[in-house]
Each structure stands twice: as structure tokens, then as C-alpha cells.
Design a protein. Sequence first.
Length: 79
Amino acid sequence: MSKVIDAVFENGVFRPVKKIRLKERKKVQIQILSDDDWQKRFERALKSIRSKTAGFPPEEIEADIREAIKEVRERKRAR
């Protein structure tokens, strides 16, 4: 399971903001990203996407996105 959660660091311990379902003593890896760092990464990703799609008409991009969403939903149903 991969999941991004919000947490607060208090008294040397990360405390999830919302309840999460994990087995007791389950080992996980934590990557710490500040809101600013996350925002910068997201903006870089958007800039890259925009530069790569600049030559395509919006209708074609939307059609590709719809098709990708459809494929993901079909894979989830097949599980």
C-alpha cells in the first residue's frame, strides 16, 4: 500500500492528522516534504506537462485523459 498522509511532528513522534489503517508495528518508510517543497515539485511537474503538450489541441488532450481514466477504472474493477 502506498499512501500520502498528513502528519504533525510532536514530542519526537509523527502523529497522523487522520486515522489510518495499518497493522500495529507495521514498518513503513516516511518521506518528509514541507508544503512549500511539495508545491514547488508540483509546479515543476505541471510546467513539464504543459511544455510537452503545447503542440496538441485541448480536445485531443482531454480525449486522452478520459481514455486513461477509463483504463484505470477498468483495471480496478478487474481486481
